[in-house]
Design a protein around this ligand. Structure first.
Ligand code: NAD
Ligand code: SF4
Length: 408
């Protein structure tokens, strides 16, 4: 079932929050509340700056994608804006499906107008007359609130033709996913919206050149888009001084939920906020596609986690204490990838099955041959799979073997 919205935000109501500033404080159904708390100032600023000025601010802010891959947002916008082929499309990737990820849900449920405004800014900057909001089907509350926000914004002249009388036209269509993890892969989203099977396309060409309906397309995660509002409201330099990031903390903590910190805080500081009892056995960063770490002093930045052989990914921080059966957890992760593989390419279709089989054997009896086989299969999946699913299906298993010594 759907848990109460605010329970997922342990910091709700605290001063100083940027992305979660309205969570638990305003009525998410009220456009008047949204406007009374600074809503639509960023769009007005965007109209003053013009499309190129908005892209300049986003480039200067240093914003990188919050879906997991950390690609520079300004570069993506700039590349799309320059494409001569029209129309351009905007796709908001709200198919939040990485196990342990629930930050976008909290944003959409608590502050739906922020996403509508941010999509409008992105569309204005990149020249898109239409945006698709591709939402995970299992988020009914977010769907209802976004539907209401889109309709209200349209009725009040904030979507549709001639927005705020500035001659810019843009509208948003909400599309619901149907439960496939893979449909969060950006090119699988295109196929899904176009009515085909949700299978990834090969990249390049990247979506900025050839995306939805073969046209230049900007694809941004929900949290990425929402960051654009404070960038425009405060200006890039002020924003960049204390760049906000959401973390999804779950597992062996006293207060699981979404936390907003500024980049640079350590894992230990985050866990202190969430309340841990003792030192965890391990922390899974980045979800099923991520890796286990044991060092709590790593900085929670994309670079800091990469240096530690992990990934910040979509902000998953899954805390494991000594009561967790790690072999079972790893088997569950392997089964997840085997289930969710679309079967389009051999390394992933066969590799995810072989990986799970070897892990089953290893959980009964440790053998050198199976450990070698796992490595070979893992490397092949990482190097030769078409999309991120196959490329990351070995990450958590590898780190469990190498860092946690699960099969020693
Ligand atoms: P990617 O590195 O292939 O691409 C990242 C983004 O940058 C894409 O939008 C891509 O189009 C763009 N890009 C890359 N190179 C480009 C170029 N040269 N020119 C223009 N654009 C370029 O990563 P990906 O496969 O899109 O995503 C993988 C990530 O997704 C992983 O980090 C994983 O953690 C994350 N993920 C997140 C969720 C979630 O629920 N949030 C679920 C699954 C996976
Ligand atoms: Fe499909 Fe896996 Fe290949 Fe991705 S890597 S296209 S999920 S088979």
């Amino acid at each position: 079932g759907d848990a109460p919205a605010v329970a997922a935000v342990p910091q709700a109501g605290q001063d100083g929050l940027v992305l979660l500033r309205r969570a638990g404080r305003v009525d998410p159904g009220s456009l008047d509340d949204y406007r009374a708390t600074g809503g639509y100032l960023a769009l007005r600023r965007a109209f003053e700056l013009g499309p190129a000025g908005v892209i300049r601010e986003v480039l200067d802010s240093g914003l990188v994608g919050r879906g997991g891959a950390a690609f520079p947002t300004g570069r993506k916008w700039d590349a799309t804006a320059r494409q001569p082929d029209h129309p351009h499309y905007l796709v908001c990737n709200a198919d939040e499906s990485e196990p342990g990820t629930f930050k976008d849900r909290v944003l959409m449920e608590n502050d739906p107008y922020a996403l509508v405004e941010a999509m409008t800014v992105a569309a204005y900057a990149t020249g898109c007359p239409k945006g698709y909001l591709y939402l995970r089907g299992e988020y009914p509350r977010a769907a209802a609130r976004l539907r209401h926000a889109i309709a209200t914004a349209r009725a009040r002249g904030l979507l549709g033709t001639d927005i705020l009388g500035k001659g810019f036209s843009f509208d948003i269509e909400l599309r619901l996913g149907a439960g496939a993890y893979l449909c969060g892969e950006e090119t699988a989203i295109f196929n899904s919206i176009e009515g085909y099977r949700g299978e990834p396309r090969s990249k390049p060409p990247f979506p900025v050149e050839k995306g939805l309906f073969g046209k230049p397309t900007v694809v941004n995660n929900v949290e990425t888009l929402v960051n654009v509002l404070p960038i425009l409201e405060r200006g890039a330099p002020v924003y960049a001084e204390a760049e906000p990031k959401l973390f999804c903390v779950s597992g062996a903590v006293e207060r699981p939920g979404v936390y907003e910190l500024t980049f640079g805080a350590t894992l230990r500081e985050l866990l202190e906020l969430a309340g841990t009892t003792g030192t965890p056995r391990a922390v899974l960063l980045g979800g099923a596609a991520g890796a286990f770490v044991t060092d709590l002093d790593i900085p929670l930045t994309f670079e800091g986690t990469r240096n530690a052989g992990a990934t910040l990914g979509s902000g998953v921080v899954l805390v494991l204490d000594d009561t967790v059966d790690l072999k079972r957890l790893i088997l569950r992760i392997a089964a997840f990838f085997r289930d969710e593989s679309c079967g389009q390419c051999v390394p992933c279709r066969v590799g995810t099955v072989r990986q799970e089989e070897a892990l089953h054997r290893l959980s009964r009896r440790v053998s050198h041959e199976d450990l070698l086989l796992l490595r070979e299969v893992g490397r092949t999946m990482r190097d030769a799979s078409i999309c991120g699913l196959g490329q990351t299906a070995w990450n958590a298993v590898e780190s469990a073997i190498d860092r946690l010594g699960v099969y020693e």
